[in-house]
Design a protein around this ligand. Sequence first.
Ligand code: 9MR
Length: 372
Amino acid sequence: MNKKVEKAIWLCFACMPLLMACSSSKPAAHATSSLKEVFQDDFLIGAALSWTQIAEKDAVAIPVIRQQFNAATPENVMKAEKLVTSWGNYDFTQADRFIDYAKKNNLAVNAHTLIWHSQMPAFAKRIQNVDSFRTFFSEHIKKVAGRYSGKVQSWDVVNEALNEDGSLRQSPFLNLLGEQYLIDAFQLANAASPQTDLYYNDYNNEQPRKRAGCIAIVKMIQQAGGKIDGVGIQGHWHLGKVPFKEIEESILAYAALGVKVAITELDIEVLPRNFTGAEVSQRMKADANSNPYVSGLPENLQQQLADDYSRLFQLFVKHKDKISRVTFWGVHDGQSWLNNWPVPGRTNYPLLFDRKGQPKPAFYSVIATKKK
Ligand code: 9MR
């Protein structure tokens, strides 16, 4: 045989396993193990769903939600601003659709959120009278938690009540009702929805000072004889700067109080930002460097994202006895709030699925943590 032909045949055989491996290394999402299967003995795996997704108009998200998740949080449709149309009047159309969608897709519901200073109805922000405000506060919890009693697994009862130094935020709730509002909110939620796990939810509450504030809230509710079942660590973290040590310390500290821990809004920011956390009122000015990866995330950052997610899930699995649920704040990169905050119109890559709903290297690294 001619030497050249011989070499070509040999090369072909030698490369066959490699070619096969390459063609199977990037399977479509449906051909791969799913997050909910891989972590089924550990914790629930959730995603925040936008209204477009709940209305089944996001074609990219539909198969990903079906294949990958067994829990869901409404990204916006259960917030007071969306539900309350005017004093005493509610429009539950979108929230009810969310509950139906979750049921149809076998998703455990974490409802979000009853008491939050942000996204309050405009009229409620203007109330100065303590009695009127108390009426709005109590009626809101009774009505909303009561409507979904028996239909939701958990509620984020109070959201983001703390400052970074661990003190209580000067919200209308604190200013008009005093810190007792925290105890009352959990008591009212429990009375309206007794089978539901009740959580306090915040960002940066893995950081020592805010963690101390969070522990104080849990203890205050417990000492008043109230029911609080868990703490949500939102988990809005940054590429290459995920605070693994503080996260582990916080999981242990919260669990020591006898409550569950959930990671409630997980995403990893890959774009430049000069502050941490998720304070929605904070903004950053756009400049020539603020949107650097419009045409794709560079390979080294893609790998760093995969590494950060891998370490996070190794930590979560290590503490699976304390963790009830890990929820991503979105289904795919195209939906993420981080495309529009703190700078509008950026191209961000914080999740496990890309804009076409395809799994990213970070997805495979998360799946692989179970094999480690
Ligand atoms: O993702 C949500 C975004 O669509 C809304 O515009 C924003 C408005 O406040 O809220 C976002 O979700 C927040 C969540 O409800 C509470 N923690 C911080 C989240 C990101 O801002």
